[in-house]
Design a binder for this molecule. Structure first.
Ligand SMILES: Cc1cc2nc3c(=O)[nH]c(=O)nc-3n(C[C@H](O)[C@H](O)[C@H](O)COP(=O)(O)O)c2cc1C
Length: 205
């Protein structure tokens, strides 16, 4: 297989296509700094609905969303802080590590928690349920972009600890996929690069 190693060093930050979907896919960026202004629920509902139109095998619709605003973010932060403190063995560092974790959900006025509950009868391999949930998350990122909102999908090891799943009343079989932080942008979209499709594609005929 030929490896060209090509990236696009001079790729434009944004690129226009005639097709609005292609433009959104190309120009969406993860934006981590947002203002404290809470997006209207009508916007968040559009984002959630976009998530539910993701493909999913056997129509299991395995995604579960939790929309956190206000104090609900701080409550999640407390759980995250306790998890971080439990993991930190250095007694001196414990407090600072916990405080950092506590503050994480406060980075945006709205946090959409994304998880999947795999189908109960086990007819779908778990990877497919996770794939469907991931497609839902990408749909939501694109919807936020289309609505002029900033969004970023964040995870981190704490997200995958059982305490987080339990906090949302999910089953022990559930898989957390992460947190989508949503707000109004307080920074320009960062420039990003991607490898050439030729680096990651093999054409077979
Ligand atoms: C499953 C997943 C987890 C992610 N977790 C984090 C995270 O914890 N912190 C973060 O800053 N970005 C996180 N990201 C966002 C990536 O950093 C981001 O997508 C990447 O830098 C490419 O930027 P772009 O989305 O603007 O193209 C995550 C993305 C995915 C798909």
């Amino acid at each position: 297989m030929t490896q060209t190693g090509t990236v696009y060093p001079d790729a434009p930050t944004t690129q226009t296509y005639d097709n609005p979907i292609l433009s959104a896919i190309r120009n969406r960026r993860s934006i981590g700094r947002v203002t404290t202004q809470v997006p209207d629920h009508s916007l968040i509902r559009q984002i959630l609905e976009a998530g539910t139109w993701a493909p999913n095998h056997h129509l299991t619709e395995p995604w579960r969303f939790f929309v956190l605003e206000g104090d609900a973010r701080a409550e999640l932060g407390q759980v995250m802080g306790a998890v971080a403190a439990r993991r930190e063995s250095d007694a001196v560092r414990k407090e600072a590590v916990a405080a950092k974790a506590v503050s994480k959900p406060m980075r945006a006025p709205c946090v959409i928690v994304v998880a999947v509950e795999p189908s109960i009868d086990g007819s779908i391999p778990e990877i497919e349920e996770i794939a469907a949930g991931s497609a839902a998350a990408q749909n939501m990122l694109l919807a936020a972009h289309a609505l002029g909102l900033a969004a970023i999908w964040r995870s981190g090891w704490i997200a995958f600890e059982p305490e987080i799943r339990d906090h949302f009343g999910l089953s022990s079989r559930a898989q957390m996929l992460g947190f989508i932080y949503v707000g109004y942008p307080a920074m320009d979209a960062p420039a990003r690069q991607r490898r050439s499709i030729d680096d990651v594609t093999t054409w077979i005929s």
